[in-house]
Design a protein around this ligand. Structure first.
Ligand SMILES: *[C@@H]1O[C@H](CO)[C@@H](O)[C@H](O)[C@H]1NC(C)=O
Ligand SMILES: *[C@@H]1O[C@H](CO)[C@@H](O)[C@H](O)[C@H]1NC(C)=O
Length: 446
């Protein structure tokens, strides 16, 4: 009671017409407020329309949101701050329009409806402390701040002559978004702004968007650095939303969905293009002569290390997840491709070393008596004899091992370094190309 008196006093002192008409004007406004709320008004009771016109029409609460700015927060988890005018309007038929104010501050509205013209007047927000208020809340919101003028909250109240109350508040809504980063940086984050009624039930109370329910300032596009956005009103044909394990399970609600699509170009230029180039650089090492050991090693190792440190940098600047993201898939493939070039060079050096080694002694079979038999017949015969002996279990495993070792050595000897290099020159770009053919359609189109 006391606090209210102080608020009214402060309002009187700060209102523009305060000191012009001295106390008289103040008294008039006070009387005006009193005249809006009739005696016997019960603040606890909602202005159910049934009471007035005995039909089953629900109590309508209409909303609109005018978004002036969408600010990204610097969290790695996406969330945005909507700087917006949040407007609520409902009809309280019990309120009396102050006819005395009509000639004064009240301005005409309605647009030429003759004697049915709907007028409105600006009333002091203090009125809200004496009338019934709906109980909307925003589902899963991180924070809501209302801004303050120096002496009071930034909010405005309009009273229409048909009993409609229009409340507008300047708010900062800190809205959390989905955190699905498996497609990062080709991801889309969805932030849902759902306004529910806390206590009232679905058929009796209905929530709607006003005709211009959601307006976003076109300059918002320039404020978002990392995202493109679409902000759309939710399903307008249904006026309830399922409410998980609530009583009752459906609640009156309106919602809007803000979809943030990450801008990819920056990531393409700063991550994908350089890492692709480093893969190309390590691929280019295949065209270096194999004898230039330091040159080629430096080339491959440098690009490998650069890719690894680039991946570390990307991980630090992207959202932390315990699962793999699209950018990780790319970076890891680049690292593997680059490492492959290093292994290939190791293989080439190994082959070169094998070819310099003397061959292990090969046991020559003593010339048998069937030397006169032609070569092909002899080999067929040998094969036949070998299989016969193997069946009889006469061939020692050691001998077989020796034979494979010999043949492996012979294989390494015959394997030309040029051949290996050639295979890799074809294989590496093919593998990388195939990877690209799968990667880009998967993340960009599908
Ligand atoms: C709310 O919106 C509905 C439908 O758009 C309309 O019929 C109703 O009159 C509005 N109510 C108020 C108080 O604005
Ligand atoms: C919108 O709501 C109606 C009625 O509940 C429902 O039939 C329709 O499938 C919904 N549309 C979407 C896109 O959710």
């Amino acid at each position: 009671m006391d606090a209210q008196g102080v608020v009214i006093f402060v309002w009187l002192m700060t209102s523009p017409w305060c000191c012009a008409g001295e106390g008289a004007a103040g008294k008039a406004s006070d009387a005006n407020k009193l005249s809006i709320v009739p005696p016997g008004y019960l603040q606890e009771l909602a202005p159910w329309p049934q009471v007035l016109n005995h039909d089953g029409s629900p109590l309508m609460i209409n909303f609109s949101l005018k978004v002036n700015a969408i600010m990204e927060t610097d969290d790695k988890q996406t969330s945005v701050i909507l700087d917006s005018f949040f407007r609520v309007t409902w009809n309280d038929w019990r309120l009396k329009y102050p006819e005395a104010e009509e000639s004064g501050k009240g301005s005409g509205g309605g647009g030429g409806g003759g004697d049915e013209e709907v007028r409105h007047t600006i009333v002091n927000p203090v009125l809200l402390e004496e009338v019934w208020l709906p109980d909307p809340y925003i589902f899963i919101v991180r924070d809501i701040n209302t801004l303050r003028l120096l002496l009071k909250d930034v909010r405005g109240v309009l009273l229409y002559s048909d009993g409609r109350l229009f409340v507008s508040i300047l708010t900062k809504i800190h809205l959390g978004c989905s955190a699905k980063f498996s497609r990062f940086p080709f991801d889309e984050q969805e932030c849902r702004l759902a306004i529910y009624s806390y206590m009232y039930e679905a058929p009796a109370l209905e929530m709607r968007w006003l005709p211009e329910g959601l307006v976003v300032d076109p300059r918002v596009k320039d404020q978002l650095t990392n995202f493109d956005y679409t902000f759309t009103i939710g399903n307008t044909s249904s006026h309830t939303c399922p409410c998980y394990k609530c009583i009752p399970p459906e609640a009156p609600c309106v919602y809007a969905t803000l979809v943030l699509t990450r801008k990819v170009l920056g990531h393409l230029l700063s991550t994908f293009l350089p890492s692709g180039l480093f893969v190309a650089v390590s691929y280019a090492s295949l065209f270096w002569p194999a004898d230039v050991i330091p040159g080629r090693t430096v080339l491959v190792i440098t690009s490998l290390l650069t890719l690894v440190s680039m991946h570390t940098g990307v991980r630090q600047s992207s959202p932390e997840t315990s699962y793999i993201k699209a950018v990780d898939v790319w970076m890891i493939t680049c690292i593997v491709m680059s490492a492959l070039m290093l292994f290939e060079y190791g293989l080439v050096l190994f082959i070169k070393k094998q070819q310099k080694l003397p061959a292990p002694p090969v046991q020559e079979e003593p010339p048998s008596r069937d030397t006169h038999i032609s070569q092909s017949t002899k080999s067929i015969k040998a094969a036949f004899e070998l299989s016969a002996r193997r069946e009889a279990g006469k061939v020692a495993p050691l001998q077989v091992k020796l034979n494979t070792w010999q043949s492996a050595h012979r294989y390494w000897k015959t394997l030309k370094v040029d051949r290996v290099e050639h295979i890799f020159k074809v294989l590496a770009p093919t593998v990388f190309l195939l990877f690209n053919l799968v990667y880009w359609p998967y993340y960009l189109v599908y």
